[in-house]
Design a binder for this molecule. Structure first.
Ligand SMILES: Cc1cc2nc3c(=O)[nH]c(=O)nc-3n(C[C@H](O)[C@H](O)[C@H](O)COP(=O)(O)OP(=O)(O)OC[C@H]3O[C@@H](n4cnc5c(N)ncnc54)[C@H](O)[C@@H]3O)c2cc1C
Length: 472
């Protein structure tokens, strides 16, 4: 198989390759490519446009920190739905004594995805397929007759018969809570994943305010405190509810009996879940038990209830559903115990540079009371996590697609509207040959960000595309 795009002449026959362009090369993009290359019986050109150097890592798995662990036990992280032991087997070939209940590092999982893609490229049986990684960013896309024309930041244009949006976890715009503090202020880190930005700040002995208390915040606390010499003196993490992700059981249950959510009302589902949690040995068995039916339940929930769930219950759902590995949870607890980490529920009322310009003055209103607290910190870090509403995301490409009416916000105003995996346009029509998967579909499916859902979507999507390619 060629590693470069080929045209029909190169193969000595008149068949032109069917051109599939995947925008985004995280796990979603990589697994879509894997399945396309495994399933295709046609002359296919698969291109992934991804600015990162490596395909398959994306935001979650490009971390260099060994303490960033998967939040799912190894037994649940196979990239291939039809081979549930695939990751476990791979891990056992590369690491010592891996158990199904182990929480391995995200860095290792990234290595696994890269290895899987490399193996597929090496062993692909269809010689007329090609795979290319274009290391660039897509900034615009338009439909030209039957095809799409993609404009890249580097100036190049690419033509595609089919496009897959695998944009993943999207960053947010300037948050309102920043108040008077400029986005570029040297005391503020807007993108907590930017290694360059961290290299420009001094954290040793600092007082740090982290805005957000979810898994992104936990990641950053781990990184900041792992080396006591360079670590901060004190970290305050604040969010409206002040809830940290809950911990997994020390010995996670892997074979959780499935449950069925009863009716199409969020309240009935919640009551059912509470009842089940009370009857089981541990509440986690109830939360994990409804995983398989959540997408179906969500799809049939009336829009008003979805919105209400997202506004009032999502935070509570997320902290129970997306949990910390036991070791991480213990460590965070010890930091709280020692006073180095303080987790607060509250609202940021004021944030501005101190009079001497050396620190940031913050006024924090504690949740549920008239309690106010003045903080003076060296650094403020935005850990609010990925964004999905059109107004909040900072993704010029997706904004352009919204403006062009090529995508439309989902009814909950979170992510885009789809029919299955086919993207719907502003008029509600299925856009021919434009697909999406992963976090962009969170508003449509609720469960659409983690590997167990993405692996199924990638496989189904490849099947759809191969069928379409065969008709061309
Ligand atoms: C910190 C973190 C930890 C997580 N841990 C787990 C876990 O342990 N287990 C689990 O199952 N799930 C986990 N998740 C969920 C995670 O979302 C998925 O596992 C998975 O990484 C999503 O992959 P993705 O490819 O859809 O998105 P991403 O990983 O976000 O990748 C999207 C890619 O698209 C690229 N891109 C975006 N816009 C453009 C453009 N215009 N042009 C070209 N390229 C573009 C980006 O550069 C990026 O590399 C975690 C998520 C995060 C954020």
């Amino acid at each position: 198989m060629s590693e470069h795009p080929t045209d029909a002449e190169a193969f000595g026959h008149s068949l032109s390759p069917y051109r599939v362009v995947i925008i985004g090369g995280g796990v979603s993009g990589a697994l879509t490519a894997v399945h396309l290359l495994r399933q295709s019986r046609h002359c296919l050109s698969v291109v992934i446009v991804e600015p990162r150097q490596d395909i398959g890592l994306g935001l979650a798995y490009s971390t260099a920190c060994d303490d960033h662990l998967l939040n799912v036990p190894a037994a649940g992280m196979s990239a291939l739905a039809e081979e549930p032991e695939h990751f476990l087997d791979f891990a056992r070939r590369h690491l010592k004594k891996v158990q199904p209940v182990d929480f391995l590092s995200r860095k290792f999982f990234g290595f696994y995805i890269r290895s899987l893609l490399a193996e597929v490229l090496e062993n692909a049986s269809e010689p007329d397929c090609s795979f290319t990684h274009v290391q660039d960013l897509v900034k615009d896309m338009e439909r030209c007759g039957d095809v799409y024309k993609l404009s890249l930041a580097g100036g190049e244009d690419i033509i595609a018969d089919t496009v897959v949006l695998a944009l993943g976890n999207l960053p947010g715009r300037r948050p309102n809570w920043l108040h008077k503090l400029p986005l570029e202020d040297r005391h503020y880190i807007h993108d907590p994943w930017s290694r360059e930005r961290w290299s420009q700040v001094q954290t040793a002995g600092a007082d740090i305010l982290i805005v957000g208390t979810g898994l992104t915040a936990v990641d950053k606390v781990l990184e900041l405190t792992k080396d006591t010499r360079t670590g901060p003196q004190r970290i305050v993490a604040v969010s409206r509810h002040g809830l940290l992700p809950r911990a997994h059981l020390a010995l996670p249950e892997l074979n959780v009996p499935p449950l069925t959510l009863p009716e199409n009302t969020a309240l009935a589902a919640l009551q059912y879940l509470k009842r089940q949690a009370g009857q089981k040995a541990d509440w986690r068995l109830a939360v994990d038990g409804v995983r398989a039916c959540t997408q179906e339940f969500w799809k049939h929930l009336p829009v008003l209830q979805k919105r209400s769930f997202l506004r009032h219950l999502q935070t509570y759902w997320d902290v129970h559903r997306h949990r910390m590995a036991p070791r991480i949870a213990d460590y965070i607890k010890s930091l709280e115990g020692s006073g180095r980490l303080q987790v607060v529920a509250g609202r940021l009322e004021k944030m501005e540079l101190s009079a001497d310009g050396r620190r940031v003055d913050v006024l924090l209103a504690h949740r549920g009371g008239a309690n106010f607290e003045n903080l003076s910190v060296d650094l403020v870090v935005n850990c609010c996590g990925p964004q999905s509403t059109p107004r909040a995301i900072d993704c010029p490409f997706l904004t352009r697609l919204y403006e062009r009416g090529m995508v439309v916000a989902n009814d909950t105003n979170s992510g885009i509207k789809v029919d299955g995996l086919e993207v719907l346009d502003g008029a509600g029509h299925s856009s021919r040959n434009l697909y999406a998967l992963g976090p962009l579909l969170k508003g449509e499916l609720l469960e659409s960000v983690a590997v167990p859902e993405i692996r199924v979507q990638a496989q189904d999507l490849a099947r759809l595309i191969c069928r379409r390619a065969g008709k061309n």
